[in-house]
Design a protein around this ligand. Structure first.
Ligand code: AMP
Ligand code: ZN
Ligand code: FE
Ligand code: FE
Length: 272
């Protein structure tokens, strides 16, 4: 059987609900043979995952999902095979983690100005050891009974264009791509189907991205064929995965169903 490689999933080090340990066990049960944990702006799961993966007979590729922006448009850049002990990467990730806490503070202030008495502590409790994001703020709002649902939190307050929206620290996709390549890794445009049009995609290719996330739950078969065409045209690599967060949407049903082949992972290694 061809090995199944799912190169996109999250733990409690960002907005996933499972620990590294539980995620690896789930991945094994789901029939995967190669995985990459790609927490948002956080690579802390890697050192935990490597010894556990060896015990389970899973292969773990170092990964991360970096937050970049073009104006108000979020662009996610996936990095793989980089040296996660590289000092530039480590410094960048700890800097970005602090910036995320500062932004959460600004969002909480805006909410307080709107007479929504959310406390920063309850957001930080939701985030635990991980990168603080709007999903934690939404969960805290629900937990404190300040909104009915997670989606209402975005729709009323913290979604783009809503009154308590705050930008993240601005990093260009080019800077994210260069950071990964300076740590000897490969970079990919994450789930372009969700918000990256062809013009921006071509710009990212010109800026040196190594590939595109072709397989993703948000991509229809037509989109997958379209991105495979771009991959061939520009001599790029293709990656893919489930973007599993442990219980969001229909996560458990899709885990194990979105993957690329071990041969495609081998092509990445040859490119390094
Ligand atoms: P952050 O990186 O902190 O800006 O959080 C971004 C995450 O928030 C995304 O990956 C989504 O999971 C979630 N998100 C953003 N906008 C919405 C929205 N309008 N409704 C629900 N979830 C959203
Ligand atoms: Zn996420
Ligand atoms: Fe993403
Ligand atoms: Fe993701």
């Amino acid at each position: 059987m061809v090995g199944r490689a799912d190169l996109h999933m999250h733990t409690t080090y960002s907005d996933g609900t499972l620990s590294t340990h539980d995620l690896l066990h789930r991945a094994k049960q789901a029939g995967l043979s190669i995985i990459s944990i790609t927490d948002h702006d956080n690579a802390s799961a890697i050192d935990e995952a490597l010894p556990l993966a060896a015990e389970l007979g899973l292969e773990v590729i170092p990964g991360v999902e970096l937050s970049a922006t073009i104006g108000d448009q979020d662009i996610h850049i996936l990095g793989y095979f980089f040296d996660h002990k590289n000092s530039r990467i480590e410094e960048y990730l700890s800097f970005f983690r602090i910036e995320r806490v500062r932004r959460a503070e600004r969002i909480v202030e805006k909410l307080n100005d709107l007479k929504i008495p959310l406390r920063l502590e309850s957001v930080l409790d939701q985030a635990g050891p991980g990168s603080v994001g709007r999903p934690h703020i939404a969960n805290a709002l629900v937990e404190e009974g300040l909104t009915e649902t997670y989606h209402e939190a975005f729709a009323k307050y913290i979604g783009f264009g809503r009154p308590a929206y705050e930008r993240k620290y601005q990093v260009s996709p080019k800077e994210a791509i260069e950071l990964i390549s300076s740590a000897s890794g490969l970079s990919f445009v994450a789930h372009p189907g969700s918000n990256v049009d062809e013009k921006v995609l071509v710009e990212l290719i010109q800026e040196g991205v190594d590939g595109i996330e072709v397989i993703h739950p948000s991509h229809s078969p037509e989109r997958v064929a379209y991105y495979n065409g771009i991959v061939s045209e520009y001599f790029l690599l293709a990656c893919g995965g489930s973007d599993f967060h442990g219980g969001k949407r229909n996560d458990y049903e899709v885990f194990g169903k979105y993957f690329i082949s071990d041969e495609q992972v081998e092509m990445m290694r040859r490119r390094l």
